[in-house]
Each structure stands twice: as C-alpha cells, then as structure tokens.
Design a protein around this ligand. Structure first.
Ligand SMILES: [Zn+2]
Length: 188
C-alpha cells in the first residue's frame, strides 16, 4: 500500500496515472491549480490559462473587492517562494514514521528540504534508490547494488527498472488491471 508520494514534478501526470490526491504531495506545487499571489485564495486554473493565452493578467476577485490588484498565478513554487503548506515535513512526519519501504526514484536528493525525507523514515526500513547514478547522493546515505545496510541501488531509467521489478515479481497482470489504458503499452 502506498502511504505517500512526494514529487518535485509540477505537472499533473501523477494524478493522471491514477494516483489518489490523498497520497500525493506536490512539493513544488502543481500546474493544475491557481491561486492569488497575495491572499493565496484559490482561483480557476482554466480561467487563468485563458487569460495567459490572450496575454492578459488575471486578477484576484476577493483582493479587488478591497481595492487591490493582485495577480493570479499557477500553484507552482516559483524561485524564491516558500514551499506549499502541504509539504511541511514536520506535518508529514507521522506518515513517514510508519513506512516499511522507501522508493527514491529519479533523483539524487540534492534539493532541500526534499532530501530530508530519507531521514524521516525509520532507520530499519529498507530504501531503494532507482536512478541512473548513485554518486553524490546528497542525503549522505550510500546505496549499493548489493544492498548493503538495507540501502539498495537499482541502476537505470525509472521506467526500465520498474518494468524489471514488475517482471521479476510476476506482477504484469496485476499492473495491467490498475494501469490506465494509455499506459498499458508500458508492460508489453
Ligand atoms: Zn487575493
């Protein structure tokens, strides 16, 4: 069972893959939503999109009622902005305390505070790094292909490695059942 998926991606591909919003933490926000840059009130992303296509700025209604012109922005974290409330590691600590396996995919954990996630899971829980490289892992942990100390490195592109895992565990049929139709080529 998946407890949480922490992602630095701002696209909505995780949602489209069928993952529930309850387990998904967009650490850098998501392009599927929009909010006021000043009062943070949520706004319509599709309306923002329409304005952007026309080259116009969309302004916040609650703010304009108070005589302020505050722009609406996509709910992604721009350079210099703080991370969204949902990505408060302290708030996630309880969920992380209960994990019995941590999968780290497509990153060497260089971005703070993201890299702390590997430190918040129980020390005895095995961790698997799926990445092209296990060099310069910023968390300070060492992930090896022999899996020493419960830290395993599986070298390769994420899709290829996951495919290998699925085949080795003979999960192809189970995966096909839960996979949205457009992804089913993945296991063929
Ligand atoms: Zn506002």
């Amino acid at each position: 069972m998946i407890h949480k998926v922490f992602t630095q991606n701002t696209d909505t591909l995780h949602l489209e893959s069928g993952l529930s919003e309850d387990v998904l933490i967009h650490a850098h926000g998501t392009t599927g939503k929009a909010h006021c840059a000043v009062c943070k009130a949520y706004d319509s992303f599709s309306e923002l999109n329409k304005a952007l296509v026309k080259g116009e700025v969309r302004y916040c209604k609650p703010c304009s009622q108070q005589g302020k012109k505050s722009p609406i922005k996509p709910s992604v974290v721009f350079f210099g902005e703080s991370l969204p409330d949902e990505f408060k590691l302290q708030a996630q600590k309880k969920a992380l305390e209960n994990v019995d396996l941590l999968l780290i995919m497509g990153t060497t954990l260089k971005v703070q505070p993201f890299s702390h996630i590997s430190k918040l899971v129980p020390q005895h829980a095995p961790q698997v790094l799926i990445n092209r490289s296990n060099e310069d892992v910023a968390s300070g942990d060492t992930y090896t292909e022999s899996g020493d100390h419960g830290r395993l490195f599986l070298k390769g592109d994420c899709d290829d490695v996951v495919k290998r895992i699925v085949e080795a565990a003979e999960w192809e049929e189970d995966l096909l059942e839960i996979l949205p139709q457009r992804h089913s080529d993945f296991v063929k």
